[in-house]
Design a protein around this ligand. Structure first.
Ligand code: AMP
Length: 249
């Protein structure tokens, strides 16, 4: 079985996000970019399935600017076999990403596509679901465990109030949640080796996908700051304030 893993280049999760002075977007220049953390979890899971003998090849794909090659090289350094860069400088929204991924899936014919549950920049949480619908494949979203057996995937899903176990037929789309695994770090020798691994470049137009955004961002604002807290001198004062000021007792 082949596993396809989409990886998105996003602002590193440690970076303090700043809004551009004109409020048109967040500041992207001179900001550290990394692989979307949920996609690191997807790559790790694909590698573990390969190491367990359940997959033969792990192919990573990114849709983004030329610099997304760094993100793909990082996935190759973790252990992926091959990479595809669908190069574009446009902002590509989830539906267009899903359409491109559908075409890639039709060409590559993977048995499983492991997608992050959400990209931490747009927080859309849409691509995996749209991709499964476009391919007419089964989907298991927010996975905290994946077991592959007899052409089926058993997926434990993180749902409100607990865990849900489902069984889906392969080929399928699974989206990853935080508790699925802890991604490995790429070792220096593997980073060097990754430079020589195959990376194909193509463009959205090669798949006939129109990437122009459908949404218009009207305004981007920083969240309002939290009010400073206060210290109380006694439990009695705390109870009094909870009653009279917070109104929660
Ligand atoms: P979203 O629906 O935008 O929150 O993204 C969910 C997941 O879709 C991400 O974690 C990635 O696995 C995948 N994805 C979204 N955008 C891209 C992209 N430009 N390139 C590759 N994968 C992407």
């Amino acid at each position: 079985m082949k596993i396809l893993v989409p990886v998105k280049r996003v602002i590193d999760y440690n970076v303090k996000i700043r809004v551009k002075p004109d409020g048109s977007d967040v500041e992207l220049s001179n900001v550290k970019m990394s692989m979307n953390p949920f996609d690191e979890i997807s790559v790790e899971e694909a590698l573990r399935l390969k190491e367990a003998g359940l997959a033969q090849e792990v192919v990573v794909v990114s849709i983004g600017p030329a610099k997304a090659e760094e993100t793909l090289r990082n996935a190759l350094a973790m252990g992926a076999d091959r990479a595809i860069l669908v190069e574009t400088d446009d902002t590509v929204e989830p539906l267009a990403v899903a359409k491109i991924l559908k075409s890639v899936a039709e060409a590559e014919r993977p048995g499983l596509i492991i997608v992050g549950k959400q990209a931490i920049d747009d927080d859309s949480n849409q691509t995996g679901q749209m991709l499964a619908a476009l391919l007419n494949w089964a989907q298991g979203t927010f996975a905290s465990k994946i077991v592959i057996e007899d052409g089926k995937a058993t997926v434990i899903r993180e749902v409100d109030g607990g865990l849900q176990t489902i069984s889906i037929k392969l080929p399928a789309v699974v989206t990853t949640d935080l508790r699925l695994n802890e991604p490995r770090y790429a070792s220096l020798p593997n980073i060097m080796k990754a430079k020589k691994k195959p990376l194909d470049k193509t463009s959205p137009s090669a798949f006939g996908v129109w990437t122009a955004p459908r949404l218009k961002v009207l305004k981007t604002e920083e969240p309002s700051g939290r009010k400073a807290g206060i210290k109380v001198k006694s439990v009695a004062e705390l109870v009094e304030k909870l009653k009279s000021e917070a109104g929660v007792l």
